[in-house]
Design a protein around this ligand. Structure first.
Ligand code: DAH
Length: 351
């Protein structure tokens, strides 16, 4: 075949090329290692000098021509490819954006920070303790005797890993691990690490092994309080508690102290707040008592101070444990504690 015929065929073929892949096989066919032109150029040496000159020239011209044509075609096809891609990935920049909804704090967190603010204004520091405790911190150091029902298998979440170790058993009973049943062990941690005077609150999560209903959950929140100094009396205690509840529920709020029992305080009290719904007359919210129990409290028992090597002759103080969930429920008039942990947005969006 003459070179000019090859050129004609090639021109026709390249005009029909529609994709980059087709272009590649076209290029191979003519200019590849075993391509038509490559073969011609290679076989030139077999020709006589005159023919070699003529065909060599023509073949080289065609090679250059095809190279240019291939580059031109490649440019076109690439442009087309990009255009098509853009068409497929087209976005409407005038379309309104997707609204990202902003979250907000959980009601328990809102109330916790509010409580922290009130106590910080009265000179209390906010501290934290671990959620996994051993029996010493959760019970012994708090003067809770061995036979106390809270230590029962059925009232507390014990950690199994440790039970196993106990069977092998070099561990003492008091080193058994559990999920703390109250925030009171933070008192012990803090007093071990710090000398009086002490003024702290310790908000945190606690765990109880119990059936859930509208007022019981297996985990909830408490705010522990502890004040240790010289000459601290029940009068100081009552003032601080009254001040807290007035700041929290409003200045008109009234509280009362009712005698109670806790192993780690002596004397011990329950703190009641006058029911704001019926103003003390009695209604369904306060179970017709007129008052609602809000906290356990009392003067720190000398045995607790001795357990952390603080001299009870020199230092005294009071402690209290507020139910954070209960306070939040009262504040926002929520009638089921389980709502806090349900993750139900219809509930949460109201705060
Ligand atoms: N730890 C107690 C409970 O969970 C609450 C409590 C009562 C805490 C009296 C105190 C206190 O600090 O003095 O029931």
């Amino acid at each position: 075949m003459e070179i000019k015929d090859i050129k004609k065929t090639a021109e026709r073929e390249i005009s029909l090329v529609k994709t980059l892949k087709e272009l590649e096989s076209f290029e191979n066919k003519y200019l590849g290692k075993k391509g038509i032109l490559t073969r011609i150029l290679r076989s030139l040496k077999e020709l006589n000098p005159e023919e070699r000159k003529k065909i060599g020239k023509e073949a080289n011209e065609l090679k250059e021509f095809l190279q240019k044509e291939i580059e031109r075609k490649r440019g076109q096809l690439q442009e087309k490819h990009i255009e098509e891609k853009e068409k497929k990935e087209w976005i409407d920049i005038t379309m309104p954006g997707k609204k990202i909804e902003r979250g907000h704090l959980h009601p328990i967190t809102l109330v916790r920070t509010q409580i922290e603010d009130i106590f910080q204004k009265m000179g209390f520091s906010v501290v934290e303790g671990p959620e996994i405790e051993n029996e010493w911190y959760n019970f012994d150091a708090l003067n809770i005797p061995k036979e106390h029902p809270a230590r029962d298998m059925w009232d507390t979440f014990w950690l199994r890993q440790n039970e196993l170790k106990m069977q092998n058993s070099k561990l003492k009973m008091s080193q058994r691990l559990l999920l703390r049943t109250h925030t009171s062990p933070v008192q012990i941690h803090y007093m071990e690490a710090n000398k009086p005077p002490i003024r702290i609150i310790a908000p945190g999560r606690i765990f109880r092994y119990e059936a859930t209903d509208a007022s019981h959950e297996i985990n909830f929140y408490q705010v522990e309080g502890l004040m240790i100094d010289k000459n601290i009396s029940i009068a100081n205690f009552k003032f601080i508690m009254e001040e807290f509840f007035k700041e929290f529920f409003g200045r008109k709020t009234e509280i009362r102290l009712r005698p109670s029992y806790f192993p780690f305080t002596e004397p011990s009290f329950e703190i009641d707040v006058k029911c704001s719904i019926c103003n003390g007359k009695g209604c369904s919210v306060c179970s017709y008592r007129g008052w609602i129990e809000m906290a356990g409290a009392g003067m720190v028992h000398p045995n607790v101070l001795k357990a952390v090597k603080i001299n009870p002759e020199e230092w005294q103080g009071f402690a209290f444990g507020l139910g954070l969930d209960r306070l939040t429920m009262m504040k926002y008039k929520i009638n089921d504690i389980r709502l806090f942990y349900s993750g139900d947005l219809r509930f949460l969006k109201q705060f």
